[in-house]
Write a protein that binds this ligand. Structure first.
Ligand code: G3I
Length: 401
């Protein structure tokens, strides 16, 4: 869809700080200094990035006018010394212009999709939406054969009517699992129950889901198999084969993923995860993608080596997706140092994906700090008042890196 959007900000804003040589000085979403140091000129590289390059005469414009399309790069884009944030900046458009598939966000429920603060951001910034809770087994099939489609339908309908992909989350998970499933102690029964669940849920949304987290968090924290009704009743990993084959039968064109957390650290858990994926492929199970959740804290030790773990995951031969990214503060206390570090961390992680060809998309686990499972710890790109944080600019810089 190529709908031209004219964003005109006419109110002049004076900016006194000067950006250093080679630093960013403008672009959609950028809020830092727009004047370059002496002997450098702010030059537009693309709609999202202007840079202080050597030479030239400093411009003095203080108003910003940006003309863009929803697909930057496909039509002329002109940025003149951005001094205020335009409304709508299109992370998804930007990442697509660099060859990746999507930027997505977790969201859920009518209260979120009816909240313009959230839905406007999703319309403008997202290419994909993940249901934070509504497709989990406990939510969607609380009693055997009895399905609550309402909340999941709202998300899928929003996505369809706004041209967004959906990441389905999740068909099989030990958590948020209804007691009637946990009570099953017979392999044949559990096999049928997994098959029926996948057939019903993935079947209902057939053709509308880009990727399914077919199974979530099946690896134990120390490596090995997580204890669950699935691992206990089957006694081996073949419950995964059942789930992946059932998902494939229900929605043949969806990418089918194995998703987990803490596989952004090297060690036993990541090693087991990789081996399980390789074994699944060797047994002929239809697995297409691996999801690394990436719930981390600001300054986390895994961030500097994030590209390394992405490369290891890419070694499975699967598409790699960052599925639940958030970067939390240590406590509710905020500071400019933490905001800056968080921005740098987003940049590092996003940059690692950009530099890994198998990494196809990034989902952030929520839109604003007002709607996050890590209450009060400021993990996301927009603050509690839906203002863009430095983290947003870090994300943009990561895409542009
Ligand atoms: O919907 C009920 C509501 O009816 C009830 O009144 C209320 C009382 O506590 O609970 C509500 O359910 C909560 C649900 O979120 C919806 O808000 C659950 O208690 C709460 O446990 C649940 O938390 C979710 C958590 O998964 C467990 O399912 C988080 O929102 C969600 O962000 C989190 O997401 C997980 C991923 O699925 C897997 N990876 C880790 C990630 C973070 O934990």
């Amino acid at each position: 869809m190529k709908v031209s959007v004219l964003l005109a900000i006419s109110a002049p804003v004076l900016v006194f700080a000067q950006q250093s040589l080679w630093g960013q000085c403008g672009g959609i979403g950028y809020t830092g200094p727009t004047n370059c140091v002496a002997a450098a000129t702010c030059t537009t590289q693309n709609a999202y990035y202007a840079q202080c390059v050597p030479g030239g005469t400093q411009q003095t414009t203080t108003a910003a006018t940006t003309t863009r399309t929803t697909t930057p790069g496909t039509t002329a884009a002109t940025t003149t010394r951005t001094t205020a944030q335009p409304a709508g900046t299109g992370l998804d458009s930007l990442i697509k212009s660099k060859g990746k598939k999507y930027v997505g966000f977790a969201a859920d429920g009518s209260s979120q999709f009816n909240d313009a603060s959230i839905s406007d951001i999703l319309r403008t910034e997202a290419g994909s939406i993940t249901p934070e809770n509504s497709m989990k087994w406990e939510s969607i099939e609380p009693n055997q054969g009895s399905y609550n489609w309402g909340t999941a339908d709202i998300l899928v309908n929003f996505a369809q009517s706004n041209g967004k992909q959906v990441r389905g989350h999740t068909l099989l998970w030990h958590s948020q699992l209804p007691q009637w499933v946990k009570n099953i102690n017979n392999k044949a029964t559990l096999t049928t129950v997994i098959q029926n669940h996948a057939a019903a849920v993935a079947g209902r949304y057939k053709g509308k889901i880009y990727a399914w987290d077919v199974a979530n968090e099946v690896i134990a924290d120390g490596g090995g198999m997580r204890s669950s009704v699935f691992s206990q009743v089957f006694g081996d990993w073949t419950f995964l084969d059942v789930a992946f084959k059932a998902a494939k039968a229900a929605d043949p064109n969806a990418k089918l993923c194995l998703n987990d957390y803490n596989i952004n650290y090297t060690g036993a858990k990541l090693n087991t995860f990789i081996q399980v994926v390789k074994d699944l492929k060797a047994r002929g199970a239809p697995i297409d993608c691996v999801g690394t959740q990436t719930h981390v804290g600001v300054g986390d030790s895994s961030i500097a080596s994030y590209k390394n773990t992405l490369t290891m995951l890419a070694g499975t031969g699967c598409e790699v997706q960052i599925t639940e990214l958030d970067i939390a503060f240590p406590s509710t206390a905020s500071s400019s140092a933490l905001l800056t570090q968080q921005s740098n961390d987003y940049k590092t992680i996003v940059s690692a994906c950009m530099g890994t060809s198998a990494c196809t998309g990034i989902t952030v686990w929520g839109v604003s700090d007002k709607n996050t499972w890590i209450t009060g710890r400021h993990p996301l790109l927009w603050d509690e008042n839906f203002q863009k944080k430095a983290a947003y600019n870090g994300f943009v810089a990561g895409i542009n890196s």
